[in-house]
Ligand binder design. Structure first.
Ligand code: BES
Ligand code: MN
Ligand code: ZN
Length: 495
């Protein structure tokens, strides 16, 4: 979907459909008023008949409105209250795209950034309009059969918001497009079947991205991991026929001396649980166990497209967790790259094992902030459901910045505790630590495990098990938290 800025009044715009909003009691938005005047009160007459009553996001299509150059007008209902919330605004935009797609509109002029939204300015509304429209237009790339048709809406124009320069609006739109492209990449990777999206495939995609977007990519093979002493990562990979990879993406947008933000994303391309095998129902969803990795890919792509003046490193430890004669057994003890030994009591707690070695590897970049992201625990889904990701941080300021970025983009995270008392559960009689504690506080004890490998750095951990993908009839990857990461990095780089 292409976006452009058009400063002409809506009645002067030639396109397949003009989209304007109407709030409670048939109150017309400024653009709707302009159309009403140009059409000798056509909109008012239709609305008096009560055709657009009902819920926020409801739409009404008008044909043959006199006095306009556009073929149709789509009225969008913005609900009862004067100002709507940020997330209501996003859902209005998504419904609008669905309505346009249903009638096969190819080009439209969208006058929706003028909707009053609680706590947000014109910049936000313009950016989020692009992001929400692209979100609604996303289609899963099908592998096995014919591809579903793309969203019909190919070109959208947007009026220039009040008090904004054309160039500023265009820059904003271009940035939002870059973020949306990053989200598409993360969703595409997440949605691919696990027989295609293997560790080797991810490594190839990283190399390809590096060429396209001009950043350095290095892929460590099993032999190098052995040399580095990554016993924890290799223990997870041991049962798989797919070779493990450690992908390192290095984007340099600032001076070499600028310390980077380092992201580490869990890249389990399929999680059977290993010998601690998972139950069969919904096991297919464990193809999404690389969504943390996918969000790191997405963030790097977006940052490179935006050319942000900042250094960012993306590290992706990736392998499969499979049962096999060579697989790790419950009770096995391994030595991590950090030197700390781990008794693996449950082979299904594999995420923390690949992450701990990748977090140790991250030390060579001397991160200014180290952020890992993982579909780490089912317990986090029980704690926070599907709205917020779990946020853990050993640095208050970093935690607050990430939470604020999530709030701003409506890609929310919620703080969880990392108190030392929780460490007790990881005690082992046989090694420095066990890889699991009891069932209670499972997301917290997983984070506490990772904390033992990141004490030197400002570090945060996002448990995205509940937000990275949807199950049921809407099954698919969400691309979260690419939006949060992009905003955090834009803020840091002064944008
Ligand atoms: N990938 C899973 C976590 C997960 C569960 C993500 C459900 C999304 C939905 C992770 O590797 C795992 O299996 N965690 C275990 C940890 C337990 C053995 C301590 C879990 O959550 O059950
Ligand atoms: Mn697991
Ligand atoms: Zn897992």
């Amino acid at each position: 979907m292409e976006f452009s800025i058009k400063a002409q009044p809506p009645e002067k715009i030639r396109c397949g459909c003009l989209v304007v909003s109407v709030s409670e009691e048939r109150r017309l938005s400024p653009a709707a008023k302009a159309l009403d005047q140009a059409s000798s009160q056509h909109l008012s007459r239709v609305l008096r008949q009560g055709d657009l009553a009902g819920k926020t996001g409801k739409t009404l299509l008008l044909h043959g409105v006199p006095g306009l150059l556009a073929e149709r007008v789509l009225l969008v209902h913005t609900g009862k209250s004067q100002k709507i919330s940020g997330s209501e605004y996003l859902s209005v935009i998504r419904s609008m795209v669905q309505a346009l797609d249903a009638i096969n509109v190819k080009d439209a002029h969208l006058c929706l950034a003028e909707i009053p939204v609680q706590g947000h300015d014109n910049e936000w509304k313009l950016e989020q309009l692009v992001l929400a429209a692209r979100e609604a237009a996303y289609r899963i790339t099908r592998i096995a059969d014919q591809q579903d048709p793309a969203c019909s809406l190919e070109r959208a124009s947007l009026p220039l918001p009040e008090k904004m320069k054309v160039v500023a609006a265009q820059t904003l739109v271009a940035r939002a497009q870059a973020i949306a492209n990053g989200i598409y990449l993360a969703r595409d990777l997440g949605n691919l079947p696990p027989n295609i999206c293997t560790p080797t495939y991810l490594a190839e995609q990283a190399r390809h991205m590096g060429k396209t977007w001009k950043f350095r990519v290095e892929v460590l093979e099993q032999a190098q991991m052995e040399k580095l002493g990554m016993g924890a990562l290799l223990a997870v990979s041991a049962g798989s026929r797919q070779p493990p990879k450690l992908i390192v993406m290095n984007y340099q947008g600032a001076a070499k001396t600028d310390k980077p933000v380092v992201f580490v994303g869990k890249g389990i391309t399929f999680d059977t649980g290993g010998v601690s095998l998972k139950p069969a129902p919904d096991m297919d969803e464990m193809k999404f166990d690389m969504c943390g990795a996918a969000s790191v890919f997405g963030a790097l792509r977006a940052v490179a497209e935006m050319k942000l003046p900042i250094n960012v490193v993306g590290i992706v430890p990736t392998c499969e967790n499979m049962p096999d004669g060579n697989a790790t057994r419950p009770g096995d003890i391994v030595r991590s790259m950090s030197g700390q030994t781990i008794e693996i009591l449950n082979t299904d707690a594999e995420g923390r094992l690949i992450l701990c070695d990748a977090l140790t590897y991250a030390e060579r970049f001397e991160p200014d902030a180290l952020i890992d992201v993982a579909t780490l625990t089912g317990a986090c889904v029980i704690a926070l459901g599907n709205e917020a990701a779990g946020l853990y941080a050993n640095d208050e300021k970093l935690g607050a910045r990430l939470q604020a970025a999530g709030d701003h983009m409506i890609d929310r995270v919620w703080p969880m505790p990392l108190w030392e008392e929780y460490q007790e559960g990881l005690r082992s009689n046989f090694a420095d630590m066990a890889n699991v504690a009891g069932r209670a506080g499972g997301s917290i004890t997983a984070a506490c495990f990772l904390a033992r490998f990141t004490r030197k750095w400002r570090w945060a951990h996002l448990d995205i098990a509940g937000v990275a993908y949807k199950g049921g009839k809407d099954k698919g990857a969400t691309g979260r938290p690419v939006k949060l990461f992009c905003h955090y990095l834009m803020q840091r780089s002064g944008h």
